[in-house]
Design a protein around this ligand. Structure first.
Ligand SMILES: [Fe+2]
Length: 204
């Protein structure tokens, strides 16, 4: 059965001050039958909500890290960096092992290479932040460097979250594969810097 949006067509009754149906929040491909389309939308919504939640966690930890460096609270900065590395290790890993390869069909290889290069930069920055947080005290210039470094990762968080708008178009099997890769990466539980040094193919 084809889905027809109620708000379309000349027969739709216009109401003034009455209750209108809520605007559709997801695009439905009307060339596909309802069941297939619902399965796809459910898979997409599951991925999007998991992906968003992971980015929220990293975002909040980065803001806390910026505060910790500004306050020169280095034990707190060290503890936050451990938490960030524990979250971003599996996250970067499943992005690179399944999401990014799948995005080559969408964006082309050149843009996916840029995404990988952004990860390279984030790994280098994380390494430097660990180095700075490991000191006994920081000079003013080092605090500025640490704050700028942590901030430089923030655009990756927001840009990366936007990728889910493309994942919505993937068939459910492909989304399920990405989520399975995520489950495997979480089970392996390798932090960002260890993964970058021992498992990741690209040397940084
Ligand atoms: Fe991400």
């Amino acid at each position: 059965m084809k889905r027809v949006r109620r708000a379309e067509g000349p027969g739709y009754p216009v109401t003034f001050g009455g209750v209108r149906p809520a605007a559709a929040t997801a695009t439905v491909d009307r060339d596909r039958d309802d069941t297939t389309e619902r399965v796809r939308m459910t898979a997409a919504a599951t991925f999007t909500s998991i992906f968003r939640e992971e980015h929220r966690e990293v975002r909040d930890l980065l803001f806390d890290l910026i505060d910790a460096f500004r306050a020169r609270d280095l034990p707190r900065a060290r503890s936050l960096l451990v938490q960030i590395a524990n979250l971003t290790g599996p996250h970067f890993r499943y992005e690179e092992e399944s999401l990014y390869p799948d995005l080559v069909d969408v964006f082309g290889a050149e843009y996916v290479e840029k995404l990988l290069a952004d990860h390279d930069g984030a790994v280098r920055t994380a390494r430097r932040l660990v180095e700075l947080a490991g000191k006994d005290t920081l000079q003013d210039a080092e605090v500025d460097e640490a704050v700028a470094g942590a901030r430089s990762i923030l655009p990756h968080v927001s840009d990366c979250d936007g990728l889910s708008i493309m994942v919505e178009r993937f068939p459910p099997e492909r989304i399920a594969h990405i989520l399975q890769t995520r489950t495997d990466a979480l089970a392996a539980d390798v932090d960002l810097l260890t993964w970058a040094r021992t498992i990741r193919q690209r040397a940084v």
